[in-house]
Design a protein around this ligand. Structure first.
Ligand code: SF4
Ligand code: SF4
Length: 303
């Protein structure tokens, strides 16, 4: 089972490279007892969305950092670009750690890609469009016998049946960030290590992001209404969903300058002053260095 992406539709991809919309009917049924039972989960390549991680770490009762350590591997979605996270297979193999003879042990909280299979979500965004548009493609892998089952339904109905709608809503902000970064391309340049770390923490390590949002330096700079701030610091599902959505806004602001979170003016002034002082210091040091070099050259000339 793999997570296809619009940029990866190679010639021999199992993804049928035909984009369709939600009204398209598919013939498919996955059921216990089918001859290929668990074949898809025995060889995984599954990208996780931030909401997938949120749901799984809650299910397993783990902090996000622990979850990432035990069940995930980081990867680069594009060279020097954006960090992504995949499910880590069982040690020494390719099978999913959650696979059991009875099926998926985290079924109610399984990731988006597992819910969608054998449909692939293709998020598209034109350079001049603010919102993304969804299209779908069908994945047909030889080992999967579900395509021969006598059941036909619309992709939209399949999405509802598989509980994908909520997952898509919760993951939309993240997909938009990824698309925005991809479409801004090399003109914006390689993101700094710091901004990549910020992206990783905010999207995937939610418990660390919560601690950051609750920290003194954050509260000194960002003017988040108290009720909104408190609502996202709790440990209920709703609180963590709010925190994640806030995280997407925070990243749009810090990475792309889209200001939707108010700042405390005093802190902004203090930061500007700090930046000015740093620039002046750097200028002064450069001038001093130049003067020293000129002095050294003059001495050489006298000799
Ligand atoms: S999370 Fe569940 S459905 Fe997804 S690959 Fe693992 S066992 Fe299969
Ligand atoms: S029908 Fe397809 S999705 Fe279902 S168990 Fe078989 S390989 Fe997996």
């Amino acid at each position: 089972m793999s997570t296809p992406d619009i940029k990866d539709l190679p010639f021999d991809s199992p993804v049928v490279p035909e984009m369709v919309d939600g009204a398209k009917r598919i013939q498919f049924c996955c059921r216990k007892g089918i001859a290929c039972w668990n074949a898809c989960c025995s060889n995984i390549d599954i990208s996780l969305t931030p909401y997938d991680i949120l749901r799984l770490k809650r299910r397993l009762g783990l902090a996000s950092a622990q979850f990432l350590q035990q069940y995930a591997v980081p990867y680069e979605m594009e060279k020097d670009g954006i960090a992504g996270v995949k499910l880590k297979p069982a040690a020494g193999g390719t099978a999913c750690q959650f696979m059991t003879p009875d099926g998926c042990s985290v079924y109610a909280d399984r990731p988006t890609a597992c819910r969608y299979y054998p449909v692939a979500l293709l998020s598209l965004r034109k350079q001049d469009e603010y919102v993304d548009r969804n299209a779908y493609a069908l994945v047909k892998e030889n080992h999967c016998l579900g395509h021969a089952e006598p059941r036909s339904l619309r992709i939209d109905d399949y999405r509802r049946e598989q509980g994908v709608v909520e997952y898509d809503e919760q993951g939309r902000g993240w997909r938009q960030l990824v698309l925005k970064k991809k479409s801004s391309g090399p003109t914006v340049g390689k993101p700094s290590v710091k901004s990549r770390q910020l992206f990783f923490m905010t999207c995937y390590d939610l418990d660390t992001f919560r601690a950051f949002v609750d920290s003194g330096p954050f509260k000194e700079l960002y003017d988040v209404p108290q009720a909104e701030h408190l609502a996202m610091l709790g440990d209920t599902l709703e609180a963590e969903q709010s925190l994640l959505q806030f995280g997407y806004r925070f990243l749009r602001q810090t990475l792309f300058g889209e200001e939707t979170i108010a700042l405390h003016q005093a802190a902004v002034d203090k930061r500007r002053q700090h930046v000015r002082e740093k620039a002046l210091k750097a200028e002064r040091e450069a001038a001093e260095k130049m003067a020293r070099e000129e002095d050294a050259e003059d001495e050489g000339f006298d000799d």
